[in-house]
Design a protein around this ligand. Structure first.
Ligand code: ZN
Length: 90
């Protein structure tokens, strides 16, 4: 699998470290629901199709990248930087 770092270009995925589901949203710090926090930490979907994943270019520029990947075909749809210039995810 090849990932395209927005700064370094196309690289082998072994230069990157998987950091988890990029669509998971941390509950508000004001939330008192232990179930909500447990779900954020432990519950993960295993979808067929497009999945947004957070990767870190650990052997390169160390930037975090949101990779949209089809989990069935392994097609890489996009690799976007995380930060103020990143696309707003739904
Ligand atoms: Zn890079």
């Amino acid at each position: 699998m090849r990932l395209t770092c927005p700064y370094c270009g196309e690289r082998d995925h072994q230069e990157f470290t998987y950091r988890g589901d990029a669509s998971a949203r941390r509950p508000s710090l004001d939330s008192q629901s232990i179930d909500e926090h447990n779900a954020y930490v432990f519950d993960r979907a295993n979808p067929d199709g497009i999945h947004h994943e957070l990767w870190n270019h650990t052997s390169g520029c160390r930037t975090h990248v949101v990779v949209a990947r089809n989990t069935v075909t392994h097609e890489i749809i996009s690799c976007d930087p995380v930060g103020p210039f990143a696309k707003v995810m739904k």
